[in-house]
Structures are given as structure tokens and as C-alpha cells.
Design a protein around this ligand. Structure first.
Ligand code: GLN
Length: 220
């Protein structure tokens, strides 16, 4: 039986609003498609080896946990960047999304460094959060996704970055430019909770298919 190897990045620290549900859906759908699934928690002081994984899941978090992760993830910056540049599949939500970019200015004004693997940055907002139902259209896949957002951060994408989708309802990245999340190579970033893949099984299946394709390419 073929194996799908999932990395749960900082899964013991980042799990807002049940983001770990994304992991359960990836496991369930992959098993249903006949794959044996292996999930490994990679957290503080662990080494991330890009060759060991077919999918990385990186959840959201409170500012405090993000600060803890921000320090540790600098040691994994090179290996995570290599994984991404080699077309590795990543699903990153909210706090995880913010940490893949340049930085996040937390709610109290403190700068929380990301790893700049992706070209985006995140500012805070005064006494406000973007909260509520959201739906977006993903031009690249032609699919629509539904979710629930709850974030302080206002994210702005660099010139070469594409959003995961355009906002049909809700605030998205910053409530200004109609973008939500980010898509870079095989990295899927989003502010969606709900969790994202629980409410959008079609996206989960798409991501698993991509991970399997990448795995097969590497093995040839
Ligand atoms: N702390 C970040 C923010 O408020 C991320 C929140 C989250 O992951 N839900 O923007």
C-alpha cells in the first residue's frame, strides 16, 4: 500500500478554532483513496527534513504561541524554503500563513518574524478583528470555498504572489484588495477556519492529488 506522509508542523502549539480538523480530513480522504497515512509532529527543536514528507500542515495560533514558533522556525527556514521551492505541498492557516511570510505585527505592536519563504507581510489593526463567514473563488482551480474568518492580521501580498481566491463575501487578507489567502507553487495559505478542509472537501481532494503527483515525480 502506498503511503502519504504528513508533517504536522507545530501542531502542539498552533491549533486555533479546531484547525487540526484539516489534518483529520487529509487523513480520512487519503485513507478512503487507499493510502496508508503516516503523520509526524514536527515542533520545537525538531529537525524538518524536506525528503520525509508529502504534505505539511501548519495551523493558526494566538500571538503568544506565534512568538514562540517564530523563534524556533528560523532554524527550519532553509529546509522549509527548500521543500517549498521543490514544489512540496503545504497547507497553512492564519498564524501559520503569517509565519511563512516576512513578518506579522501582533495586536500589541510587536514584530513577529516569519521566514520569508513567501512574499507577503502582515500588519495589525487597532481594536478590530475580521470575523465572520467568508466565501472566495479560486481562479486557478475554478472552485469556490466557504469558511469562517477570525483574525487581527491584515496581510498584503507581494507582486509575484497570487491569492488563494477573490473574496465574494467577507474581508479576506485585508478588507481592501479583495484577495484571500495565498497560492505560491504548491503552497495553499488561507485565513479560513471552520476548518478550511472540513468545509471544502473538494479542496482537500485536490491537495491530496497534488501531493501524490509530487511524490510520484520524486520517485521517478
Ligand atoms: N494571531 C493571528 C491574528 O490574529 C492569527 C490568528 C489565527 O491564527 N486565528 O491575526
Amino acid at each position: 500500500m502506498k503511503t502519504l506522509r504528513i508533517c504536522h508542523l507545530y501542531g502542539d502549539l498552533l491549533n486555533t478554532y479546531g484547525d487540526n480538523g484539516n489534518l483529520l480530513i487529509l487523513q480520512w480522504r487519503a485513507k478512503k483513496q487507499g493510502y496508508h497515512v503516516e503523520t509526524t509532529l514536527v515542533s520545537l527543536d525538531d529537525t524538518f527534513n524536506p525528503e520525509d514528507f508529502d504534505v505539511v500542515f501548519f495551523g493558526g495560533g494566538q500571538d503568544y504561541e506565534q512568538k514562540v514558533v517564530s523563534k524556533d522556525i528560523q532554524h527550519k527556514k532553509d529546509s522549509l524554503t527548500r521543500y517549498i521551492e521543490q514544489d512540496g505541498v503545504v497547507v497553512a492557516i492564519c498564524g501559520g500563513y503569517q509565519l511563512l511570510g516576512h513578518y506579522y505585527i501582533g495586536a500589541n505592536g510587536e514584530k513577529i518574524e516569519g521566514i520569508s519563504a513567501l512574499d507577503h507581510y502582515t500588519l495589525s489593526q487597532d481594536n478590530n478583528r475580521f470575523i465572520g463567514d467568508i466565501s472566495i473563488f479560486d481562479e486557478q482551480t475554478g472552485m469556490t470555498y466557504a469558511g469562517y474568518e477570525n483574525h487581527n492580521g491584515r496581510t498584503f501580498l507581494g507582486e509575484n504572489m497570487k491569492p488563494l481566491g477573490t473574496v465574494q463575501q467577507g474581508c479576506g487578507n485585508n478588507n481592501e484588495d479583495n484577495t484571500e489567502g495565498a497560492r505560491y507553487k504548491n503552497v495553499f495559505c488561507s485565513y479560513f477556519h471552520g476548518p478550511l478542509l472540513v468545509r471544502n472537501i473538494h479542496l482537500a481532494d485536490y491537495i491530496i492529488q497534488l501531493a501524490i503527483e509530487q511524490k510520484e515525480k520524486r520517485n521517478h
